[in-house]
Design a protein around this ligand. Sequence first.
Ligand code: MN
Length: 246
Amino acid sequence: MTILITNDDGIYSPGIAALARIASRFGKVTVIAPDVEQSSMGHAVTHSRPLSLKKSPIVFEGDGIEAWRVNGTPADCVALGSHLYAKTDVVLSGINMGPNLGNSMWHSGTLAAAKQAVLLGIRGIALSTPVGKTEPDFEALAPFVERTLALLFENKDLGLYNVNFPPQPKDLKWTRQSVRLYDGKIVPGVDPMGRKHYWFTVTPLEPAEEGTDRWAVENDYVSITPLRLDLTDEQMLRKVKEILPV
Ligand code: MN
């Protein structure tokens, strides 16, 4: 199996090194990732300037992994990577330093890379974990990352998955996306030069529903959500066709 790995935290993130190390047990791994952090960039692509590619080895004991950094977004990295490595079987994105649960899927650069893979006809898996006061313990997560990959690699169908690891997982759960309102608060502040600035924060307003991704991670389960690219609201489509015929 040939595996392409990217992320949105950038090539120097410990999360991508951890993922490359674990994934290399399953097949031939190539890393292609943004040269700087691209978190919360969503599915942005670079179309008004060229992209450049620089060798940027991820080194751990005899890894033999080819790694590249790109002056672009996570979606750019997948587009470029799947062009250069045309036989890619699966794209992995992560492990993101921060959760990508519920509504944050709309902003996530980590998930966008996996979405880009599926748009190009390649299986895509996004992997994330929360960051507390300390760095994530990737050594402790490794057995769960390996178990999740083994599970998802069994299904050869074109698919998109969003995976989130709690800090200390007890098991795996299939979940659906939690769709609850969040506050999207703007917090004003002042910079050291006395100029006004603003922070954008996202805090969910309601508790998570059982069976959802947020609920699973809050209860120490690895959350695995199969996603689709078709955003059509089928129920609403049937309804508007009936009540508002055109
Ligand atoms: Mn990130």
